[in-house]
Design a binder for this molecule. Structure first.
Ligand code: ADP
Ligand code: MG
Length: 395
């Protein structure tokens, strides 16, 4: 397949000024806690999305992707009308294909955050190519947002920080695409470091790098992509978010971050059963993230298996976002001797991760593949990911 530079060349007939890239991410633990102002522990992976960019002499922004044969162009002056609906309103204009709303939404949000006007900056050509599988729970969306934000910041000279870019990506996703997701994916993609995870407090947006030690200890992270597709802009994700808001409201707190494991008995007596179980997942998951950070630092990566498994069980039984394919993946990996395993990402499909001894990798993959075959599921796509660095200027 063509890379971003080649696509840029084909699009414009000249070489790009710059190429930036940002990775996908996997979440080690902390699921659906981000929009509840809680804790997450994701890491960037080696699969990256590249954005090649060059300025134009007019005020048009044109985006192209190896995903789609047709480039999309709009005048910079039109971006606010496309995406800038009422605050909080998810604007999915339909005027551009959904994929183009990611890079165009980033351009719109970057101008707004930098307090720049459309006539302060040059038009752009942006060509995008991605190695990150889409809809597999590895956040190809944050990767395209991050790569685009890095490229735009550079050629427009906006002076944005990584945290600014993360917020811009979230704004694009929430308001241009219309997916009500949190900020974890963007922070993780942009700020990743080699063999480390990013501990993010989603309330304060403070981050700490947490060494994983997987490489040192000879451990691999196996991703089991079930090929069951999810869509975050619709359905279950939104419903879970609403349940969390309801739970917080009925418990009299601004977000579930303010509820701790010790408060759960009271919560059970106040809330209906479903809302209680949604709340219980968030509250216990926050504690598991804190425990995972402490355990990694005190005992190392082999000691976190029980926390990963408890996280999966909580998502399966209390938050109810797993699917049979994900449960099968986790069970088969654990039976084959994985240190820990859990579904990762927003749920309703996507991928599971398993932490596996390097010398058990092949046997674990085989065990998972045969469990899927026995259950009559489509063969999963299995591959390893390596915790890697975040945003980079490539050229
Ligand atoms: P994921 O879990 O992969 O982030 P999302 O539904 O959040 O799944 O985002 C996937 C969407 O992001 C795609 O459907 C597409 O619209 C957009 N996208 C991701 N990567 C690219 C790319 N390289 N080119 C064009 N669009 C992309
Ligand atoms: Mg996404």
């Amino acid at each position: 397949m063509m890379n971003a530079t080649e696509l840029f060349q084909q699009l414009t007939g000249s070489a790009p000024e710059r190429v930036w890239s940002a990775p996908g991410r996997a979440n080690l633990i902390g699921e659906h806690t981000d929009y509840n102002e809680g804790f997450v522990l994701p890491f960037a992976i080696e699969h990256r999305t590249h954005a090649a960019v060059g300025r134009r002499s007019d005020n048009i922004i044109r985006v192209a992707s190896t995903f789609d044969p047709n480039p999309v162009e709009v005048a910079l002056v039109e971006l606010p009308a496309l995406f800038g609906g009422a605050p909080g309103e998810a604007v999915s204009s339909g005027a551009v294909p959904e994929w183009a709303a990611y890079p165009l939404g980033v351009a719109w949000a970057a101008l707004a955050r930098a307090d720049a006007k459309h006539d302060d900056v040059a038009g752009l050509d942006i060509a995008i190519n991605s190695e990150v599988p889409v809809g597999a729970g590895l956040s190809s969306s944050a990767a395209i947002e991050g790569a685009t934000a890095g490229a735009i910041d550079d050629v427009w000279g906006l002076g944005l920080t990584l945290l600014d870019m993360a917020k811009i990506g979230r704004t694009a996703e929430n308001h241009a695409v219309g997916a009500p997701t949190g900020i974890m994916d963007q922070v993780s993609s942009l700020m990743g470091e080699t063999d480390a995870a990013t501990f993010l407090d989603c309330r304060t947006l403070e981050t700490q790098e947490v060494e994983l030690g997987f490489a040192r200890e000879g451990l691999k992270i196996l991703v089991i992509d079930t090929k069951v597709k999810h869509a975050h802009s619709t359905g279950g994700y939104r419903e879970r978010r609403e349940s969390c808001e309801k739970g917080a409201r009925e418990l009299g707190v601004s977000s579930l971050r303010d509820i701790t494991v010790g408060d759960l008995d009271r919560a059970r007596s106040v809330l209906d059963d479903v809302t209680f179980r949604r709340v219980a997942h968030i509250v216990t998951e926050n504690q598991r993230v804190l425990d995972t950070v402490d355990t990694l630092r005190a005992e190392g990566p082999r000691a976190i298996g029980g926390l990963l498994v408890a996280s999966h069980v909580s998502m399966r039984d209390d938050f109810e976002i797993s699917v049979p394919e994900l449960d099968t993946a986790v069970t088969a990996a654990l039976e084959a001797g994985a240190i820990g395993a859990r579904m990762t990402g927003g749920g309703f499909g996507g991928a599971a991760i398993a932490v596996v001894e390097a010398d058990k990798l092949a046997a674990t993959k085989e065990a998972v593949a045969s469990a899927f075959a026995r259950a009559g599921f489509v063969e999963p796509h299995q591959f390893t990911v390596t915790p890697s660095h975040g945003l980079l200027r490539d050229a």
